[in-house]
Design a protein around this ligand. Sequence first.
Ligand SMILES: C[S@@+](CC[C@H](N)C(=O)[O-])C[C@H]1O[C@@H](n2cnc3c(N)ncnc32)[C@H](O)[C@@H]1O
Length: 229
Amino acid sequence: MKYRLSRPVIGKDLFSIIKREVKKQKIPVYRMSRKNLKELAAVSEEIKKWGCPKYLVCKKLSNGLGRGVFLHPDAKPILKGQVIASYAGEISVVVQNEPDEGSYAFAPLEDFHLSKSEQILFDKKNSFHPRRLYALKLDALKQGNFTRFINHSEKPNIIADMLAIPKNPYGLEPAPIEIVYMAKKTIHPGEQLLISYEAGEKSYWKIFKVKPFPMTPKTFKLPSSLSQT
Ligand SMILES: C[S@@+](CC[C@H](N)C(=O)[O-])C[C@H]1O[C@@H](n2cnc3c(N)ncnc32)[C@H](O)[C@@H]1O
């Protein structure tokens, strides 16, 4: 698989803006636990090596759904609270409310101002305006990992948590915020990994003017015969 970015890469300048805004906006960001840090380090290594970790299957689906991600029929169940992976992609600063129809994009931070020197650095298109609002965009269209193939369901088995990655002995770069996919409940072998795209306030599907196909983790469950292939 070509998508092998284990975590988003944040430059030094952006790191300090994110840190400042998390503090200023009092965004409730919990520090990732030691257990979850170890799990994140392990899955990050799998992503760098294989793209899709060996215990998952990334597979094309019918009904025009594109690809989806499944727990391999031979794998151990994924337990509630276990790390799936970081949602990785290209990070940029964009002008708030500029139309963005990206199917793979998140806005982890919104409603912030940039100083003159920051605008020169991150907004080359516009001239300086002190009251212009900006948002952080995390887009997995061109770069990312298998999490970009996780489909939507109203009965999800995954949630997206906003967590801080503290200094740690597991080789993970610290980050002020990171979107981490976690198991919301036990995921059984063969089941599809699914998340709700509409867990926040914004409507994902309204923009695309389509109704999501209703599916649960069991709808396209992989047969155990896959183990023999
Ligand atoms: C983040 S991608 C998920 C991976 C996608 N299946 C692929 O192959 O790239 C989001 C896109 O997948 C499709 N998708 C995901 N869940 C869906 C659902 N429940 N019903 C219809 N389309 C879905 C839509 O095209 C959506 O814009």
